[in-house]
Design a binder for this molecule. Structure first.
Ligand code: ADP
Ligand code: MG
Length: 256
């Protein structure tokens, strides 16, 4: 591991589900402090790419490097799997995911939700985790909801709890998969503001979103995925104002 290597580097990644090739050679790099947004139509492979990046899914070809450390594989092609369980755990716990559907545990309070993985997965002490968890809940603006259950919160509050839970792992990067898609428009903004604040404090993030305004406002780099390939990428100021490809132009006009 080195400090200068990108936090996440994906090179020529290929992923198939059976006969269906979903990722056809994708390269993505997120350096420390970068916010990289992934945009593209439904089915273009955005979620699959995030899930491959943190090894929730196997991929068949290409490299994934975490802080310069390449994932070690055994087997090839459809038989390829990560070979080092400790490495998988290290990568998964350092790339925390925030999902569209929050995925909070309904039977646990918000505080318990936030503390669960640091306690059980990282084996940290409760005396150390609880104040951190409360501080992250304060940070996302729901410190007063620590003892509530998820069903007692609005969607926006639940998603902010899910972000606090991801932060409490103290990951090297956050991976967001359409974090505002399940929310009513009036609740979207409270989540966008939290993501914006995280971007401003220099968090490394990969953000899959259908919200072009958020992508434009928070990203350093935007990647447009089309049918499992990068069709176009660039700085948001250029990409959104001067798309070079017909596909990106078409996609952007369909999202207006
Ligand atoms: P996006 O997030 O861009 O909407 P996905 O990565 O979810 O796209 O899906 C890309 C393609 O892979 C789609 O055709 C989808 O149907 C397919 N796919 C996703 N997950 C699976 C799975 N577990 N099994 C089979 N096909 C899948
Ligand atoms: Mg998706």
């Amino acid at each position: 591991m080195t400090d200068t290597a990108p936090v996440i580097e994906i090179r020529d990644l290929h992923k198939s589900y059976g006969q269906l090739e979903v990722l056809k050679g994708v390269d993505i790099t997120a350096r420390k402090g970068d916010v990289v947004s992934l945009i593209g139509s439904s089915g273009s492979g955005k979620s699959t790419l995030l899930r491959c990046a943190n090894l929730l899914e196997d991929s068949q070809q290409g490299d994934i490097l975490f802080c310069g450390e390449p994932v070690s594989w055994k087997g090839t092609g459809a038989g390829r799997h990560p070979s080092d369980r400790k490495q998988v755990m290290r990568i998964r716990t350092n790339l925390s995911m925030v999902f569209q559907q929050f995925n909070l545990w309904a039977h646990m309070t918000i505080l318990q939700n936030v503390m669960e993985a640091p306690l059980t997965v990282l084996g940290r002490d409760r005396a150390e985790v609880e104040p951190a968890a409360r501080a992250y809940l304060d940070k996302v603006g729901i410190g007063d909801k620590a003892d509530a259950f998820p069903a007692q919160l609005s969607g926006g509050q639940q998603q902010r709890a899910a972000i606090a839970r991801a932060l409490c792992m103290e990951p090297k990067a956050l991976l967001f998969d359409e974090p505002t898609s399940a929310l009513d428009p009036e609740l979207e903004q409270e989540v966008v503001r939290v993501i914006q604040a995280l971007a401003e404090e220099g968090r490394t993030m990969i953000l899959v979103t259908h919200d072009m305004k958020m992508a434009r406002d928070v990203s350093d780099h935007v990647v447009f995925l089309h049918q499992g390939r990068i069709e176009e990428q660039g700085a948001p100021a250029r990409l959104f104002t001067d798309p070079k490809t017909d596909r990106l132009r078409g996609f952007l006009s369909s999202t207006l």
